[in-house]
Design a protein around this ligand. Structure first.
Ligand code: GDP
Length: 319
């Protein structure tokens, strides 16, 4: 069976290459010397369009696929647009996984999410906890779509002998993150809130919820490194979690971001906003046993993200 790293001329399609995850995978592939990358923006190719996707795969014939395209967002976006979160993700997955099988892609990596695990599962979350209990309501449509994607990858492997692998990243952050306060995740939201409060001299920054939920944060360059590692080193139907193995309270995260940004005002917690799931820490034993672990520390990663935000977005009227 051909190994991924054996040939850097292999034709690799990164679906979702403009997003947080896809752009990091492209950076990681280019760093390793891959030059035959296929990319299409959502304007060029609508991944929800079955006929267009099948035609694209049959003409381009990619050998390897990283399926990083998805409708994603933070707790408020998931609550506000549940229809888009389930429809877009189901359509994207169905089309790309099916077309990959028909066009004989050698191997496909599907990205799920840590929110596929039951809301009250014991921590850290082991891969086998999938479908053992009710999901967190604030992102259930998204999680159901991602679970369908996993089952689709596994079913195609069993029935058609495809080599689909499913990876479950924890909360991600890094370059090309979404800094829109209505739709972003907590980490970019806090970077922006503290930065703007510092610039304007505001005495107070509002953080949603009680500050007590715990979350794990992985830099997206670590995730991309893990995805390439698993494309090379892992086969099978079992899920693989990708995380750091460490979590912290939202209040602790807020204090770290405030220090890195250099904001001197106060923090107020708005408990009228949802906390979401109380804790979401992945068990990373499986990927560590395969020989991979994360490298970028949280403070270092946040400092790099703040720098990226300043260089790319701060003051931009479009966000
Ligand atoms: P989740 O991991 O799916 O719950 O997604 P988020 O990253 O959106 O939220 C994580 C936690 O951070 C939740 O408890 C939020 O209530 C909390 N949080 C605090 N302030 C913010 C904020 O400004 N934006 C977001 N998205 N979450 C926030």
């Amino acid at each position: 069976m051909e190994r991924f790293f054996a040939n850097t001329q292999s034709k690799v399609y990164v679906a979702g290459h403009n997003g947080l995850v896809g752009s990091a995978i492209v950076r990681a592939l280019e760093k390793k010397g891959y030059t035959n990358l296929i990319m299409r923006s959502s304007r060029q190719l609508d991944l929800r369009d079955s006929a267009a996707i099948l035609e694209f795969f049959c003409i381009e014939k990619p050998e390897y696929v990283f399926l990083a395209a998805a409708r994603v967002g933070g707790i408020h976006a998931n609550n506000t647009y549940p229809a888009e979160f389930i429809y877009d993700n189901l359509m994207i997955q169905c089309n790309v996984i099916n077309a990959s099988c028909i066009s004989r892609v050698k191997k496909l990596l599907f990205l799920g999410s840590s929110c596929i695990y039951p809301k009250l599962a014991s921590q850290p979350l082991k891969e086998e906890y999938l479908l053992t209990g009710p999901l967190e309501p604030t992102n259930e449509p998204y999680a159901v779509a991602k679970i369908a994607g996993i089952k689709m990858c596994q079913s195609y492997n069993s029935q058609y002998g495809t080599r689909n692998i499913c990876v479950m990243p924890t909360n991600l952050y890094g370059p090309n993150d979404n800094y829109d306060l209505d739709t972003s995740h907590v980490l970019p939201a806090l970077i922006r809130k503290f930065h703007e409060a510092k610039v304007k001299g505001d005495p107070l920054v509002t953080v949603w919820g009680t500050g007590s939920p715990r979350r794990e944060f992985l830099h997206v360059d670590d995730l991309a490194d893990a995805c390439l590692f698993l494309m090379e080193n892992y086969e099978g139907n079992d899920l693989v979690n990708i995380g750091t193995g460490e979590d912290l309270k939202i209040s602790e995260l807020a204090a770290i971001v405030r220090d890195i940004v250099g904001y001197r005002g106060d923090i107020r917690y708005d408990s009228s906003k949802p906390d979401g799931t109380p804790r979401k820490l992945l068990d990373v034993t499986r990927i560590r046993n395969l020989g991979w672990r994360s490298k970028i520390g949280l403070a270092e990663g946040i400092a790099g993200s703040y720098d990226w935000y300043i260089r790319h977005l701060a003051g931009s009227p479009s966000i």
